[in-house]
Design a protein. Sequence first.
Length: 123
Amino acid sequence: MDVQVFFNPACSKCRTVRGLLEDLGLEADYLHYLEQTPSREQLQRVMDLLRIDDPRDMMRVDEPDYRRLGLDSAEHDELLDAMMANPVLIQRPIIIHGDQAVIGRPPEKVLELFSSSRRATNP
C-alpha cells in the first residue's frame, strides 16, 4: 500500500497515527513537511484528495503565524503561498492513500482510509 503522511515528530497526533499505521501493518513514507516544505502543486493535490476548495480547511488557523500574517481575508493563492513560506500553518497529520486523504484529527480518522481495503482482504 502506498501511504504518505505529512508528519511532525513533535506532534502527539502524528505519533499516534504512526502507531495506528504500524498496528495495521502498514508502512508509510513520512514527509517531515517542516523541513521539506511541500510545493504549491503538492498542496493543491492534497486539497484535491481531501476534496476541499478552501486551503483554510487544511490550515492551522489558530496558529499565531496565521493571525500575524493577517490571513483571515487572504485569497486561495495567498493561503497556499503562506503555507509554503510558513509550513507550520499546514494541518497535521495528513494521511494520503491512493486517491484519498484525511486529516488525522482525531488520529482515528486514519482508520476510515483503510477500513474498506482491509475488509476486501479479510472477509
